[in-house]
Ligand binder design. Structure first.
Ligand SMILES: NC(=O)c1ccc[n+]([C@@H]2O[C@H](COP(=O)([O-])OP(=O)(O)OC[C@H]3O[C@@H](n4cnc5c(N)ncnc54)[C@H](O)[C@@H]3O)[C@@H](O)[C@H]2O)c1
Ligand SMILES: O=c1ccn([C@@H]2O[C@H](COP(=O)(O)OP(=O)(O)O[C@H]3O[C@H](CO)[C@@H](O)[C@H](O)[C@H]3O)[C@@H](O)[C@H]2O)c(=O)[nH]1
Length: 437
């Protein structure tokens, strides 16, 4: 049993803290956001993540998990402090480290016993050394025995608990092998490969992994765009490719492109690091450009199908950047809605979890309480997030409600042939169906 402190109670901090508590450790989760902590103290989750509420309440009841806004309370007798604060994109695409700095300074101010500081946030290569400098400078001459370990997180929103508890690997980087070994002990019961390396390599593994996954998606989207012109079906192409063991089937779903709180900012940050150090990240630039175009292509399709967008009614199914989350950061739906509204379209939408976030983001968006309300009177329906709830809709009812039977399936979720047989003008992504010019 280890006494742990997790700084930041967002998607990563809260999941990390509750999972470590569940594995038998004593965990204090800390956040500077009062509202978030009082919600958590009352058993209310500040984010939607399947299974999280139960995991938190179980471990709070067992006395292994607590929440606070007080650094002094959270850091009391802590052996390992995880920094899991946000690292958003700055103005040039570089990662903004102000929250990491503030967390490191608070540790430096309040701790006198030996401590391991673990960077779990996604941070630029070199940040581990920088955190050590920040702590040393802040201490002035006051001695502190501490080591910095990089432990990037690979969980996905929507399946975060399962990903944390069943990782493909755990990556640890440190200049001090003993410190990395101590952190490794926390993960031993998960029985997964543990890669122990130096700080900078560990930090790069995180960026390279995200950039590679984003590249796969942009690649298949580019293939999809070519398929559309040549009359091939990208879904079948991806299946045929993915059966090759060297390629594998994951992350080959063509659609509106990648969004979320990680891929966009991390690919940008990696490209920024490259440029800063005199390297041209040509592939990363193309990967980002393809992704930007993927959203715009939907607008082009709609314009063609409806002969213009001014005063058209468009229905959007799905607002979160992917299913099983309420997170709308860089969600494809956000850009699609902006582009539609800019062209004078009236937009209605529904999402099973992201309605509250959407209401704050789009004052002019009509929020509906189910897919049928969205379909009512629209000229086109656009599927932007492949929630389970959208998989089996009553399309006869939808056909009867819509003003024009145009469907853009931005996630290739539905059976196009069946929908065409039901009277829809169905357009998937990369599925070889041409629109008239
Ligand atoms: N979201 C994901 O799926 C995911 C997965 C892997 C890695 N990451 C990385 O993990 C980090 C955290 O991401 P997230 O999505 O959990 O962020 P988030 O925005 O959901 O949460 C960050 C939390 O940190 C708190 N915070 C900010 N400054 C603080 C401070 N000085 N002291 C204490 N708390 C502070 C904020 O109030 C907020 O609650 C990022 O670097 C991200 O790139 C995210
Ligand atoms: O074949 C695919 C797979 C995903 N996506 C899109 O890609 C984005 C990201 O999806 P996913 O990776 O499932 O979600 P995240 O929760 O953002 O997780 C990514 O980002 C996290 C933060 O760094 C990492 O920890 C995870 O390993 C990494 O998968 C979403 O918009 C998806 O719709 C596709 O378009 N096609």
């Amino acid at each position: 049993m280890t006494k742990i402190c997790v700084i930041g109670t967002g998607y990563v901090g809260l999941v990390t803290g509750s999972c470590f508590a569940d594995l038998g450790n004593t965990v204090a989760c800390l956040d500077v956001d009062d509202t978030r902590i009082s919600k958590l103290k009352n058993g209310v989750m500040p984010i939607y993540e399947p299974g999280l509420e139960q995991l938190v309440s179980q471990n709070v009841r067992a006395g292994r998990l607590s929440f606070t806004t007080e650094y002094s309370e959270a850091l009391k007798e802590t052996e390992i402090a995880f920094i899991a604060v946000g690292t958003p994109s700055g103005s040039d695409g570089e990662a903004d480290l102000q929250y990491v700095r503030s967390a490191a300074e608070s540790i430096a101010d309040l701790v006198d016993d030996p401590i391991i500081i673990v960077n779990k946030s996604t941070v630029p290569v070199g940040t581990g050394d920088w955190v050590a400098d920040v702590v040393r400078k802040r201490r002035g001459g006051k001695a502190l025995e501490f080591h910095v370990v990089s432990n990037p997180e690979f969980l996905r929103e929507g399946s975060a608990i399962n990903d944390f508890m069943n990782p493909d690997r755990v990556v640890l980087g440190s200049t001090e092998r003993e410190a990395a070994n101590k952190v490794a002990q926390l993960y031993l019961t998960l029985r997964c490969p543990i890669v122990i390396t130096d700080l900078r390599t560990a930090e790069m593994i995180k960026y390279a992994s995200n950039a590679f996954l984003a590249t796969r998606i942009s690649f298949i989207n580019e293939i999809g765009n070519i398929c559309e012109e040549l009359g091939a079906d990208v879904c079948e192409v991806a299946r045929g490719m993915g059966l090759d063991k060297r390629i594998g089937p994951s992350f080959l779903d063509a659609g509106l492109g990648w969004g979320g709180s990680c891929f966009p900012k991390d690919v940008k940050a990696l490209a920024h690091m490259a440029v800063l150090h005199g390297t041209q990240p040509q592939l990363l630039q193309a990967v980002m450009e393809i992704n930007r175009n993927q959203r715009r292509r939907v607008i082009v399709k709609l314009r063609k199908a409806l002969g213009g967008l001014n005063d058209r009614e468009i229905g959007i199914l799905g607002l979160a950047f992917k299913p099983n989350t309420d997170d709308m950061r860089e969600a494809p739906a956000v850009e699609v809605i902006h582009l539609l509204q800019n062209e004078g379209a009236h937009v209605k939408a529904y999402d099973p979890q992201a309605m509250e976030n959407a209401g704050q983001m789009f004052p002019r968006l009509t929020l509906c309480s189910n897919p049928y309300e969205v379909a009512d009177g629209v000229d086109a329906l656009v599927l932007t997030t492949e929630w389970n709830e959208f998989k089996q809709l009553d399309f006869d009812r939808i056909r009867g409600l819509m003003r024009q039977p145009v469907i853009i399936d931005g996630r290739n979720l539905w059976d196009g042939e069946r929908l065409r047989a039901q009277g829809f003008n169905y357009y998937g992504i990369g599925r070889g169906n041409h629109l008239p010019d």
